[in-house]
Ligand binder design. Structure first.
Ligand SMILES: [Zn+2]
Length: 159
């Protein structure tokens, strides 16, 4: 049986005693458990502080970007890149040309594509080769507006 020192009279008391037999001072039996609890609570609080502190600390750089981008889903850059093929072609326009402007879609051969970002749409200029109705390979240049969603809005010129 461990002995405690009475905080009042400094006498020895059994750790099982509820109060000091000498002075009647009430002994907090769970003092040690209490201390452990308090230490744990403090560690927990420190942990929580650290946790909450770390959030804002790591956020400033990250939160700003999601705030700008997240509500609208993919960024404009994403939308543009989604339409581009490795060759640099704007895929929806290529499909449009093959489906609507060629006698022989299979003869389509990409030469060069450039585009200008016009805000809501791209002004695309693409040059390709293909066979005409006489079977001769001809070079064509098409200028068109293509929306960011991938719709060919308007063929501006085809030559
Ligand atoms: Zn005492």
């Amino acid at each position: 049986m461990a002995m405690l020192t009475c905080p009042e009279c400094k006498g020895k008391i059994s750790d099982k005693a509820a109060s000091c037999p000498n002075c009647g001072c009430v002994i907090r039996k769970k003092r040690r458990g209490c201390m452990v609890f308090i230490v744990l609570l403090m560690l927990f609080s420190v942990g929580m502080c650290y946790f909450f502190y770390e959030q804002p600390a790591s956020k400033p750089g990250q939160t700003k970007q999601p705030d700008k981008i997240a509500p609208e889903g993919p960024t404009k850059q994403d939308q543009i890149e989604r339409m581009l093929l490795a060759s640099g072609e704007v895929f929806p326009l290529r499909c449009y040309i093959q489906d609507n402007m060629m006698n022989n879609p299979k003869s389509y051969e990409h030469v060069q594509t450039t585009f200008i970002d016009k805000g809501d749409f791209l002004l695309v200029e693409t040059t390709f080769r293909g066979t005409n109705k006489f079977g001769a390979v001809v070079r064509n240049k098409v200028v068109a507006n293509v929306s960011l969603k991938g719709d060919v809005l308007k063929i501006i010129s085809a030559e």
